[in-house]
Design a protein around this ligand. Structure first.
Ligand SMILES: Cc1ncc(COP(=O)(O)O)c(C=O)c1O
Length: 420
């Protein structure tokens, strides 16, 4: 295994079984799971409807056919996603991961625009392949500076920077738009292909720009024919509570959206949904051997139906609000907490050094241990690895949300007492 695939925790944790929002490790200890394999077990574990869909497909004996043959599950799922996308006359292409989804969207956008110039956001993460790393704006995850694109980075979540700090939202948006126009005028040749962006930055520590930034960016992009790709790999399917897609918080319908992670509730599936002319654009043939395979699309279709039938977007809004509010109520006296932020069931807590106020990854690592000891799994992220990432399954119950919140508060108080 490569050195660059890192494990959480001082002692590695092996999860051997799961049910609902709970998992059990190899020693028999059970945990409430508020990270879900990085927002991927969107409905938690062993949901009957998803299991039955998988068993039906397994029972048929056909796990793979290739896209050379009609896969009914795939067509049905594509139709659902196209309808939900809000993109007029949309088409869908399935992949096996978020990285491949972004590769596809970038390929389509650069081909359509006959340009390799791409805009991306600082503090972004879009995957681990050559092209996806090239548009990633986080040094810690940039394993190569070599690039198929000419990439220019925009502001989005840089409110900590001198000159941008403490600006009211409207002024911050104006400053970002002025910067976009300046980048286009100074650093590009005028025929930029696209902007690719996460509406809420996942690896970036659930950092988000003020609502309206992407609408303001889109006005400039539209005036020059530049396409907008929304990377919804973490933000899709109602997780942000108020909206089904993260980008909708900005009142914007992008030209393409990419998705993966939660859709298959653990089965490997990703894809791009976008304008018909863009998806149909390439002149050459294309195939993804495993993308949209019968098993993954069976799981994804059942997962998506479950999300819609149980209105889990509303659950994300209600219980996300409960956890965010509960944290905000108590963190005031805690010197180790910089900020609590969130949107639906994407919740972050920044850990800072109580003396300097600087981001403190060591305290975030301590919080991971402290929550593990208390029976709760969470994640971390952020530019400096200092942000706790809390992302319960979309079907988390109110009792579980309260239980997790109590553990978080207890662990924060313990880490704060130790640090002070
Ligand atoms: C926003 C975003 N885009 C793309 C990816 C890449 O997805 P995958 O790991 O499935 O290739 C990730 C993974 O964390 C992500 O968070």
């Amino acid at each position: 295994m490569p050195d660059w695939v890192a494990l959480y925790y001082d002692e590695p944790l092996e999860l051997v079984s799961g049910k609902g929002s709970r998992v059990t490790d190899a020693s028999g200890r059970s945990y409430l799971d508020f990270f879900g394999g990085i927002l991927t077990n969107m409905l938690g574990y062993d949901v009957a409807e998803v299991r039955e869909a998988l068993e039906r497909q397994l029972g048929s004996g056909v796990l793979h056919t290739s896209t050379m043959y009609l896969i009914r599950n795939q067509v049905g799922l594509a139709e659902k996603i196209a309808r939900l996308s809000g993109i007029e006359d949309a088409k869908v292409f399935f992949t096996s991961s978020g990285t491949e989804a972004n590769e596809t969207a970038l390929l389509l956008a650069t081909a359509a625009r006959r340009s390799n110039q791409v805009l991306a956001l600082r503090n972004s993460y879009h995957g681990r392949s050559f092209g996806a790393v090239a548009v990633t704006g986080n040094g810690a995850w940039k394993s190569s500076q070599l690039s198929p694109f000419a990439v220019h980075y925009l502001h989005g979540t840089d409110r900590q920077l001198p000159g941008l700090a403490d600006l009211p939202d409207a002024d911050y948006i104006s400053a970002c738009v002025a910067d976009l126009e300046h980048v286009l005028a100074t650093a590009t040749a005028g025929d930029v292909a696209c902007l690719i962006t996460e509406p809420v930055q996942g690896v970036g520590g659930f950092a988000m720009p003020p609502d309206g930034l992407f609408a303001a960016y889109k006005e400039v992009l539209d005036s020059r024919g530049i396409l907008l790709i929304s990377d919804e790999v973490q933000t899709g399917w109602g997780r942000t509570g108020d909206h089904f897609w993260g980008m909708s918080a900005h009142g914007v319908v992008p030209d393409m959206m990419t998705f993966a992670k939660g859709l298959g509730n653990g089965l490997a599936i990703g894809g791009v949904v976008g304008r018909r002319d863009l998806i149909d654009g390439p002149v050459g043939n294309g195939i993804s051997t495993f993308g949209g395979n019968p098993l993954a699309t069976a799981a994804a279709s059942a997962t998506l139906d479950y999300v819609l039938d149980h209105d889990l977007q509303a659950n994300a809004a209600t219980l996300g609000g409960l956890i965010i509010g509960g944290l905000r109520d108590v963190v005031g006296p805690l010197a180790v907490v910089g900020e609590v932020r969130g949107r639906g069931l994407m919740i972050a807590v920044d850990l800072i050094d109580p003396g300097s106020g600087e981001p403190c990854p060591a305290l975030a690592a301590q919080m991971l241990e402290a929550t593990r000891e208390r029976g709760l799994l969470i994640g971390k992220g952020g530019l400096y690895g200092h942000a706790l990432r809390i992302a319960p399954p979309l079907n988390v119950s109110q009792a579980e949300a309260r239980e997790g919140l109590a553990i978080l508060i207890d662990a924060l108080r313990a880490v704060d007492a130790q640090a002070s």
